[in-house]
Design a protein around this ligand. Structure first.
Ligand SMILES: *[C@@H]1O[C@H](CO)[C@@H](O)[C@H](O)[C@H]1NC(C)=O
Ligand SMILES: *[C@@H]1O[C@H](CO)[C@@H](O)[C@H](O)[C@H]1NC(C)=O
Length: 496
């Protein structure tokens, strides 16, 4: 731990508090020194020696006092400053905490190092996905194109960090190539693509690729990495966008900041809004580019998607039954396909409201499709978590309906029919304002926002790292929820 970021410590300029403190003390010291000496020289009385000794002792005392003041570290005055100096050990040279404030007073960007993962965790998965669909192997897997699907976020984040730093100027984070300089470590595994390599194929068919084996190998690889081991994974960031991604190993990587679509498959001790970041699905339909208004939107409520879902998604079938006979409601069963996407796109561009019921888990890609379509989302999913809620107020452009109420016959349509056109246009305007946050291809869109959210976790990550070091391992029967729900108080070893 002591070797962390040595360069930052030595290279930083002097603290802003130092220049303002020193001249004041220096002046006082000079006055104290000159005045008594001058008067003693003039008087030359018999008390001269005694006075001189007393004065010298006095001066020494003052000098000692000021020396102590000079070298006692003052608490940093800038609350946004970066804070490696919380460790007592780094203060033993009794210097000011110099490196926290840069000259301009602007908080420094968080530095991220991306692991150079073996290809079997990235491009190799694209290859496997192709092979399972009848493709042939290529010599250079890095030439492969990532296939489009609703959890493409892993590709966009990876691509962003692969770019040269000179192309990343507007980014809220800085990519570093020396892990010693990094605050956070990104694990760019294509975990969601891995999950669907053999989707819809009987087990054992196709290329013989195993997602579970990939997960196990990833954890084995991580456990050998110095920067995973160093802080028990707390300062690592891993992407598991699909609610089922990394399901087999999530217990072993849960200390990392998880980038997830929802917490539907995670236990309380595995995922939390405090530690993790909710990320949007990548929308699959074309954005609406027309004007605000309701004239071209004849349909009141639109939904197209899989009618039959497991678990939380059971309400879908019930909603179908209630809604399918209403004239101004279009509700269609359809699975993901190019043709269905075109139909969904058209439906969302010509409807006032778009229904977003829970899928197998509380989240669903349709929400982000409706936002880019300026079709007011009607969210019927009681435990949904939404991306970027610290800056986005979803009530400004969405209608939330409790599941129990939505299942009352007639309730939903009569509620929506009562919404005046002006209100719908207001919702549409609010959606247009936030649209870029759901656009992974926007230069200041989803990718930047995810990194900004990740950066904000840094203070908590440092807290967890330090706390972790002093905890005693003990299994608890009740989860301890003081910061993250956990049924363990600590780590295997308290000696590191
Ligand atoms: C990017 O978006 C953030 C807010 O999401 C904003 O603060 C920042 O100014 C934007 N940057 C540019 C270059 O537009
Ligand atoms: C923590 O609790 C979960 C159930 O909530 C359980 O599956 C898991 O084994 C527990 N872990 C420990 C270390 O007790």
């Amino acid at each position: 731990m002591k070797t962390r970021k040595p360069s930052a410590r030595s290279s930083s300029p002097s603290s802003s508090s130092s220049p303002s403190v020193s001249p004041h003390y220096a002046t006082t010291l000079t006055q104290q020194q000159t005045l008594p000496l001058f008067s003693n020289m003039v008087r030359k009385s018999s008390l001269f020696k005694q006075t001189l000794i007393a004065t010298l002792v006095f001066l020494l005392a003052i000098y000692a006092l000021f020396t102590i003041f000079f070298h006692t570290p003052l608490p940093p005055s800038d609350p946004s400053s970066d804070d490696d100096d919380v460790e007592i050990s780094s203060r033993d040279n009794l210097n000011f905490p110099l490196k926290q404030i840069d000259g301009s007073g602007i908080a420094k960007k968080v530095k991220v190092f991306m692991y150079d993962l073996p290809h079997k965790f990235t491009y190799g998965i694209i290859q496997q996905h192709g092979l399972a669909r009848g493709g042939s192997p290529v010599a250079d897997v890095t030439s492969l194109k990532y296939p489009g699907h609703q959890h493409m976020h892993e590709w966009f984040l990876f691509s962003d960090l692969v770019r040269p730093e000179s192309d990343r100027l507007g980014s809220p984070i800085v990519k570093v190539t020396d892990p010693e300089e990094a605050d956070l470590f990104y694990i760019p595994v294509f975990s969601s693509l891995s999950l669907i390599v053999n989707a819809g194929r009987p087990p054992g068919s196709g290329s013989g690729y195993s997602d579970e084996q990939m997960q196990e190998e990833l954890v084995e690889w991580l456990k050998r990495q110095e920067y995973w081991k160093r802080n028990n994974g707390w300062d690592n960031v891993i992407i598991a966008g699909d609610p089922n991604a990394l399901y087999r190993v999530v217990d072993r990587v849960k200390n990392a900041v998880l980038l997830v679509a929802d917490f539907g498959r995670l236990r309380q001790d595995q995922g939390s809004l405090v530690k993790d970041v909710i990320i949007p699905y990548s929308h699959r339909i074309s954005a609406y580019t027309g004007d605000f208004g309701v004239k071209e939107r004849k349909t009141l409520l639109f939904f197209m998607g899989n009618r039959y879902r497991k678990e939380g998604g059971k309400i879908r079938d019930l909603l179908f039954q209630i809604l399918e006979n209403d004239e101004d409601v279009v509700i269609k069963h359809g699975t993901q396909s190019r043709e269905n996407r075109r139909a969904a796109s058209h439906g969302m561009h010509t409807s006032k409201f778009c229904l977003n019921p829970a899928g197998d888990t509380p989240s669903a890609c349709r929400l982000f499709d409706s936002i880019v379509s300026l079709c007011v989302p009607v969210i019927v999913s009681d435990s949904i978590e939404l991306p970027f809620e610290d800056i986005i107020d979803y009530k400004k452009f969405s209608v939330f309906v409790e599941t129990a109420a939505a299942l009352k016959p007639g309730y939903l349509v009569s509620l929506l029919r009562k919404v005046p056109a002006e209100k719908i246009i207001e919702y549409q305007k609010a959606m247009k304002e936030v649209k870029r946050y759901y656009d992974y291809t926007h230069p200041n869109g989803t990718v930047n926002e995810i990194w900004r959210q990740v950066s904000q976790k840094l203070a908590l990550i440092k807290l967890m790292i330090n706390r972790d070091k002093r905890l005693v391992k003990k299994d608890l029967s009740e989860p301890n929820c003081c910061c993250l729900c956990s049924n363990q108080t600590g780590i295997i070893s308290s000696l590191r």
